[in-house]
Design a protein around this ligand. Sequence first.
Ligand SMILES: *Cc1c(COP(=O)(O)O)cnc(C)c1O
Length: 436
Amino acid sequence: MSTRAFKFDTLQLHAGQQADPINGSCAVPIYQTAAFKFKDFHSAELIASGREPGFEYSRISNPTVDVLEKRIAALEGGTAALAVASGAAAVSYAVMNITKAGDEIVSAKSLYGGTYNLFMSTLPKYGVRTVLVDTDDAENFERAITVNTKAIFVEALGNPNMDIVDFEKIALIAERHRIPLIVDNTFGTPYLFRPFSHGANIVVHSATKYIGGHGTTIGGLIVDGGNFDWGNGLFPDFTTPDPSSANQIFWERWGNDPALGNVAYINKCRLHYMRDMGASLSPFNAFLLLQGLETLSYRMEKQTSNALKIAERLEKHPHVAWVSYPGLPSSPYHELAKKYFPKGASGILSFGVKGGFEKASAFVESTRLFSFLANVGDSRSLIVHPATVTHGQLTEEQRLSAGIRPEQIRLSVGTEDIDDLLWDLDETFGKVFSTL
Ligand SMILES: *Cc1c(COP(=O)(O)O)cnc(C)c1O
């Protein structure tokens, strides 16, 4: 039988799913169960000790969740994935899996607000410190690395300014220092951006956004690129017996699995952090995320092309002070966008209205089709004022350092008809700037 490497549009519908041998269910069945009956004593022992694959308890793994994990691993081109209850859990576990007190992370300073808090406020309480760097010069990452650094962290497209880093330069720096590069690909999606092809080692997602795509479900994903040497001496937790997992040595057992390849990172994450901290994704939420994932490429095509048209219109608008969208030739990130995002720079953009905070706040509460709320990646268009909402928990100084300005508005452009969206924005400018 010949084999074929299926393409994206095929994988988003089929990857990770096996024919249902009992009832022939065409859709992925929802295994809404906490636990699974063992066949017999011997197989219980093998599954519980991790020596044989199988399902035991849904905190650790579940057949519905398993399809989502395999599908995202296939779409990203990784070896395996772990689904978790939220994007925040994905970022936390991804970093905690390779750090302990005394370790450091070097991160791009333009970050999702929740990730900023995790890195700057919560993880330091456990002794893990993050150094934030300005990304416009990749060498800043190199300069911030010390003997204690265990990872570099960047977002595919910075939130909310849509800045892009030179991933390949940063991946080379990470490689030189024998530490992994973690990319939060939430805004990129595997359709528009393939971090592993550019040297990243771990990808995380808030599946809540484009992957689910319908604004119904909170979820997160961690994907193992299977391309990092955890036996390089800097990660002793991978190379010494683990007393909490029957003394297995993760790198020996999972560094080169005959069927899966290098899955040491993701298995350690599942067996330590999912087992002990338990932010598991429910089977029903995995099912909803799978429904969304089936149409990811089509939604991204439309949302990206809608966003570019809106950015072009806003750039010429008399009431607009500036537009941040890397798809625009005027963007300082346009060349990087062409290299790393050849299919388009995603559906999120931000712009500043003339008239500052006062006009921006009036604008966000006056649109008809753009819903005023704190989310992105929905198939509906969304609008928010980052300085008070998504980054509202930061101090004024922290906000300015993250590049968030009082006159700034962020749009997450949906799949509506572009003429209707342009009409809504025009009407809103009319209302907000009317001199009557
Ligand atoms: C939303 C988001 C997160 C957090 O995800 P949740 O699913 O809300 O927990 C992390 N990173 C980025 C870039 C996000 O947009």
